[in-house]
Design a protein around this ligand. Structure first.
Ligand code: HEM
Length: 173
């Protein structure tokens, strides 16, 4: 039998321990989510810059002109491509990426990215992983030329979002 004087002290200890455990778990969860999710400021800067860029009709044309001129291999890949449709698909995939980087790898937007990755893989169009460096350089030059608010912060925001998409597509080559 427990001596009467010990009961309140034991109960206090239990209460404190449970409180501490819950607080620690809460901290751990929000901490890990912060680590997994894209930096909010980057994401907001990316979204608003994408909107400004695509509002400019010449943006995606400028990107594809640069990309085609960057290598014979790239130009050959687009030999039979309907370019107006391709420009729309790329604009859509920029918005898709902005959603994907916010969520779990099982989200619908990553499943759509899977489909895009499959088309770029060696079993389909066989886009070599090295070509993504050219793609990024050309796209960032187009952003610099078409976003009137372009700045080092905007540049960093695009690179951090696109970096996730590029890593994903390369990993499925
Ligand atoms: C993260 C980077 C990239 C993204 C987000 C992206 C996005 C897309 C999307 C959304 C499509 C349309 C897919 C469909 O309709 O099923 C597409 C098609 C295509 N992409 Fe990419 N792409 C990327 C990088 C590249 C690179 C580096 C190349 C190198 C040449 C490339 C070449 C092509 C070609 C050839 C097509 C197909 C055109 C056609 O249907 O004829 N892409 N891309």
């Amino acid at each position: 039998m427990v001596p009467p004087g010990l009961l309140p002290a034991r109960r206090d200890r239990v209460t404190i321990r449970i409180g501490a455990t819950l607080a620690a778990r809460k901290g751990a969860v929000s901490g890990s989510q912060k680590g997994r999710h894209m930096n909010e400021q980057h994401l907001a800067a990316f979204r608003s810059s994408v909107n400004r860029c695509v509002a400019d009709q010449a943006f995606l044309q400028d990107f594809y002109d640069r990309f085609m001129a960057s290598s014979d291999e790239v130009r050959a890949k687009f030999n039979n491509t309907d370019m107006p449709a391709q420009k729309r698909a790329l604009a859509d995939s920029l918005f898709l990426l902005a959603v994907a980087v916010q969520g779990q790898s099982t989200s619908p937007s990553w499943r759509q990215m899977e489909r895009i990755a499959e088309r770029h893989s060696r079993g389909a169009m066989d886009i070599r992983p090295e070509l993504y460096d050219l793609w990024l350089d050309c796209l960032m030059q187009a952003v610099a030329g078409h976003d009137p608010q372009y700045s080092p912060e905007i540049d960093a925001a695009w690179r951090s979002v696109l970096g996730e998409g590029i890593t994903f597509l390369r990993s499925r080559h």
